[in-house]
Design a protein around this ligand. Structure first.
Ligand SMILES: [Zn+2]
Length: 172
């Protein structure tokens, strides 16, 4: 039986990034934006976890860099945006999609939040939003590939989520 309470913990990486680790009481787990495989492998080994899902918000190396090495050791489904700069996504996510993580008994809704990059997405569910480099506690991410208007629209989308939603961003 799965405990259906999702547990979200931070794995620190690169000094100021967070890789989010999702578990639900069993061995199955998911990670969000594993830019570096080493801290993830260490956390999985320490806790005896099996990586089943990888969620990617955008193509930057500090978010996807660890994926190839993780896929060598784990047969995980990789959810991510439609962007040719990420070659290893095997489940493409578009705005409004519901994605299912059956081994964790959770679903997330995909929100397209372009601006930091043109294909940036966020994952919302379980009172949590994984916003990547879009929304940080002190403000929003840099507009590398979008305009202030794009960012405003993306932030409006995130702001429209219920007030009890916790924002899990990728950097301090
Ligand atoms: Zn980024």
């Amino acid at each position: 039986m799965l405990a259906n309470k999702l547990d979200i913990t931070a794995i620190p990486a690169f000094g100021d990034n967070y890789i989010w680790l999702l578990t639900a009481g069993g061995k199955a787990c998911a990670v969000v934006d594993p830019g570096d495989e080493d801290p993830v492998l260490e956390a999985l080994e320490q806790r005896g976890l099996d990586l089943r899902y990888i969620l990617l918000t955008h193509h930057h190396a500090d978010h996807v860099g660890g994926v190839p090495a993780l896929l060598k050791q784990f047969n995980a489904t990789v959810f991510g945006p439609a962007d040719e700069r990420i070659s290893f996504v095997n489940h493409i996510c578009r705005d409004g999609d519901q994605i299912q993580l059956p081994d964790l008994d959770v679903k997330f809704r995909v929100l397209e939040v372009p601006a930091h990059t043109r294909s940036h997405i966020a994952f919302y569910g379980e009172n949590a939003v994984f916003s990547g480099d879009t929304l940080f506690s002190p403000g929003c991410g840099r507009f590398f590939e979008g305009t202030a208007t794009d960012m405003q629209m993306s932030l409006d989308k995130l702001a429209a989520l219920p007030a009890e939603t916790n924002n899990y961003c990728a950097d301090e």
